[in-house]
Design a protein around this ligand. Structure first.
Ligand code: 5BU
Length: 362
């Protein structure tokens, strides 16, 4: 689809991968193409600001390696807010090494990104195998999640006494016994059981946290959104760094085109790019473009915002979304440094969404 097509129609195009489709539907229902870049250095600050802006965003971008006390509390807190407020999480790790190393950086170590972030990004300068290596690590992570869920279904309702017992760990031999369950009643119980088990498996092993479930019984300010969205998939996707916003960066046009080529070879895993303009040129291209280097002039000012003195270059939402065809605006300090971050995030959401509506002719 061309970039003048609506997010909704792009979500519904038959070849759209499930994570892209889910995000496009989330954006449509929430009327938000705003990604907040939460560039803070402590867990408390991260969780506080996620609460403040969560309602207005479709995506929250992290730099987990600048959070001094990053750990379990960070992950649990962030996943809880993402589930309640309805947004996905994108770790801006900018992976760039040989396949074997990036697999480990993605799935293990103190960050264990695959466990808690639906989206991560990578450079392609090491060559295209960085993408296939990450795709394979992602599908392993998803398989671990499914194994855990299915194991619990076979072993029935958990008892509180065996919560931290090794027996709770997924047993691959038990895997396929009850995978297909035809009756609606049983399906409902699977949802409940899998929600329960994930509270438990998280405590005992490095299993991935499930993507926000729609079956939560907790009071929910975005109930309507969740009702419309339906059950969320547990999926992982990759963005390729095709262009950068910083002055003098070395990602030239040939490099950008190479990213597009690699993305087309991995359409099910690569959901799009971090770039400064839409890169979709073929009818089959439905890549999302997420764009950093976005700021609005402050209320009282009329002047243009140009940079941060450290190479960052800023553009307005109307330019990047309306004229260059970017899909999602990434905003960090524009929101982070505001006195009222909730109001400022809402101002950016509106500006981004209006630019999108204008572009599709609404
Ligand atoms: P800002 O405060 O809105 O300038 O933050 C921008 C964020 O986006 C920050 O986390 C950067 O690391 C990130 N970024 C960027 O600014 N430019 C790029 O080309 C890429 C990422 Br890729």
């Amino acid at each position: 689809p061309s970039w003048t097509a609506s997010f909704e129609s792009r979500a519904l195009a038959p070849a759209t991968p499930p994570l892209t489709s889910y995000l496009l539907r989330l954006m449509t229902i929430k009327k938000s193409n705003l990604c907040f870049s939460a560039d803070v250095t402590t867990t408390s600050e991260l969780l506080a600001v996620a609460e403040e802006v969560g309602q207005s965003i479709c995506l929250l971008k992290t730099h987990a390696d600048i959070i001094s006390d990053f750990g379990d509390r960070t992950v649990r807190g962030l996943r809880d807010i993402a589930k309640r407020k309805g947004f996905l999480v994108f770790e801006d790790r900018k992976l760039g090494d040989i396949g074997s190393t990036v697999q480990r950086q993605y799935t293990s170590g103190p960050l264990s990104i695959a466990k808690w972030a639906e989206i991560v990004n990578a450079h392609i300068f090491p060559g295209p195998s960085i993408v296939t290596a990450l795709a394979s690590a992602a599908s392993d992570a998803i398989a671990v999640y499914n194994t855990a869920v299915h194991t619990v279904i076979t072993s029935g309702e958990p008892s509180s006494s065996d919560t931290d017992n090794d027996q709770d760990k997924p047993d691959p031999n038990k895997l396929t016994r009850t995978i297909s369950v035809p009756s609606g009643e049983k399906k409902a119980s699977i949802v409940n059981i899998s929600t329960t088990i994930f509270t438990r498996t998280e405590r005992i092993s490095p299993q991935p946290t499930p993507f926000p479930s729609m079956s939560s019984a907790s009071p929910d300010p975005l109930k309507d959104l969740k009702a419309k969205l339906g059950p969320a998939p547990y999926l992982r996707g990759l963005l390729l760094l095709a262009q950068m916003s910083s002055e003098g960066n070395l990602l030239d046009e040939a490099y950008t085109n190479k990213c597009l080529e690699v993305a087309r070879e991995n359409r099910n895993f690569v959901l799009g790019f971090v770039a400064q303009r839409s890169l979709n040129t073929l009818p089959d291209d439905n890549f999302l473009v997420m764009t950093p280097g976005v700021q609005l002039p402050k209320d009282s000012e009329t002047g243009k915002v140009s940079g941060d003195g450290l190479g960052q270059q800023y553009n307005g939402p109307r330019h990047v979304v309306g004229e260059l065809g970017c899909d999602i605006i990434i905003v960090g300090r524009g929101i982070l440094n505001a006195k009222d971050r909730t109001a400022e995030a809402e101002r950016y959401r509106k500006a981004g969404w209006e630019a999108y509506e204008e572009r599709i002719g609404l």
